[in-house]
Design a protein around this ligand. Structure first.
Ligand SMILES: Cc1cc2nc3c(=O)[nH]c(=O)nc-3n(C[C@H](O)[C@H](O)[C@H](O)COP(=O)(O)OP(=O)(O)OC[C@H]3O[C@@H](n4cnc5c(N)ncnc54)[C@H](O)[C@@H]3O)c2cc1C
Length: 379
């Protein structure tokens, strides 16, 4: 995304990716795109396939105590809707269009280190087809995820790390089955959270709360369907369709932020700088938002000699990052079963229910949820 935005402004760049093209085009992850994310893709001619194949969503369903609560976010937030479109499809679109536009991208190019970040001409070391390569550049955009090499190239003490591990994990399931719902469902249940997400007419995504470090071997398919049936149940006769499980894995939940998101000529973007718990479906959207800010700032510097937006890059991004962290954490603690060792467990569980009741009775509370869930246009 960043490469597209830069190239459009005449800033030359090279994308280095350690995986194969096939791998990144099949890697299953996010699927819910904010109104603002899709608007950016559209403005840059990157959303044609998304518009043809993605699904427009206007509301979300919360379930608790066997009841359903629909939050009609589009109606509550000026008609802004969201799109369901799998992340790997979007990645495939961006790669195809980048190559068609003559963009430079190297796959199976594993970056091993960065040097000279505080000088005029940083250098990236990487390996490709067994050969050690070097790339000298003016700026480095570290878009290599939380475990990538960019952030670790920054000298100790130069960045402040906020690292919060949550007492929750999700069993993520991809199943060959038509969705049993037209809108995403988040269910708060005494056995733990369950989510029914959408991907396509024939494939659905589900999540089940479990404990961190729970091995996936403890989740045979029969147990997955049994738990989904129980946790998603409502009293009005709704039925959950079952089908073959295509993929399943356990993901622990973290809330991480690094400050500032820059060091010398290195600018961190997306998961390399922050991880949000997946509950609010914000990780991909935040990464795209960083890309937008960084592209504008780099273009200002490279094309007009104006360094101010680049100097403000971290502060500009972090305003949104912290607001999104706050919402994602709030929603995570609202919708999950609290760990048994939580102090005043009974009281806190009642408070969770009370907040869900408030969402169902207060239009103002539902509208505040809608704004955060759909994503603020400006921040
Ligand atoms: C299982 C799962 C489910 C998720 N569900 C959602 C969701 O529902 N909604 C949502 O918004 N977000 C979700 N996310 C988060 C979302 O996928 C991320 O926030 C998003 O991918 C961040 O984009 P990014 O470009 O910063 O990082 P990535 O997409 O991780 O891209 C980083 C790239 O850097 C490459 N790389 C890493 N190391 C190197 C190296 N040494 N050399 C070269 N290349 C390297 C990686 O191969 C990768 O392609 C999910 C994530 C996971 C793992």
């Amino acid at each position: 995304m960043l490469a597209h935005l830069l190239a459009e402004q005449g800033v030359e760049c090279v994308v280095l990716e350690r995986q194969t093209r096939e791998y990144v085009e099949r890697r299953v992850r996010a699927g819910l795109l904010e109104h603002r994310t899709v608007g950016l893709l559209e403005r840059h001619g990157l959303a044609e396939r998304l518009r043809a194949r993605g699904q427009v969503h206007r509301g979300v369903e919360l379930r608790f105590a066997g009841r359903r609560l629909r939050i009609p976010y589009a109606e509550l937030y000026g008609g802004r809707h969201m799109w369901v479109y799998a992340q790997q499809e979007l990645v495939a679109d961006l790669i195809r269009l980048w190559i068609a536009r003559g963009g430079a991208i190297e796959f199976e190019a594993e970056v091993s280190g960065l040097s000279g970040l505080d000088g005029e001409r940083p250098e990236i070391r990487y390996t490709r087809a067994g050969n050690a390569e070097r790339l000298a550049c003016d700026f480095v955009a570290g878009c290599d995820g939380w475990h990538g090499p960019s952030r670790s190239a920054v000298p100790a003490g130069a960045l402040r790390l906020h690292d919060h591990r949550l007492p929750f994990a999700w069993v993520g399931v991809l199943a060959q089955v038509a969705p049993s719902t037209e809108e995403i469902i988040y269910a708060h249940h005494e056995r733990g959270f369950a989510g029914h997400m959408l991907r396509s007419d024939t494939v659905s995504r589900f999540y089940l709360q479990t404990e961190p470090d729970d091995p996936i071997e403890r989740w045979p398919d029969a147990r997955i369907w049994d738990e989904l049936q129980r946790r998603l149940a409502v009293s009005d006769g709704w039925k959950l369709r079952e089908g073959p499980v295509l993929e399943k894995s356990v993901t622990d939940m973290r809330s991480n932020v690094v400050e500032p998101m820059q060091f010398g000529r290195l600018y961190l973007a997306g998961d390399a700088a922050h991880i949000v718990p997946p509950t609010g479906a914000k990780g991909l959207n935040l990464a795209v938002s960083d890309a937008r800010v960084l592209a504008e700032a780099l273009a200002a510097r490279c094309k007009r000699g104006d360094s101010a937006p680049l100097e403000a890059y971290s502060a500009t991004c972090l305003r949104r990052v912290w607001v999104v962290q706050a919402f994602s954490l709030w929603m995570t603690w609202l919708i999950h079963r609290l760990p048994p060792d939580t102090p005043e467990l009974a009281l806190r569980t009642q408070l969770q229910r009370a907040q869900l009741e408030l969402l169902s009775h207060s239009r103002a509370a539902a509208a505040a949820f809608a704004e955060s869930y759909v994503g603020f246009e400006e921040l």
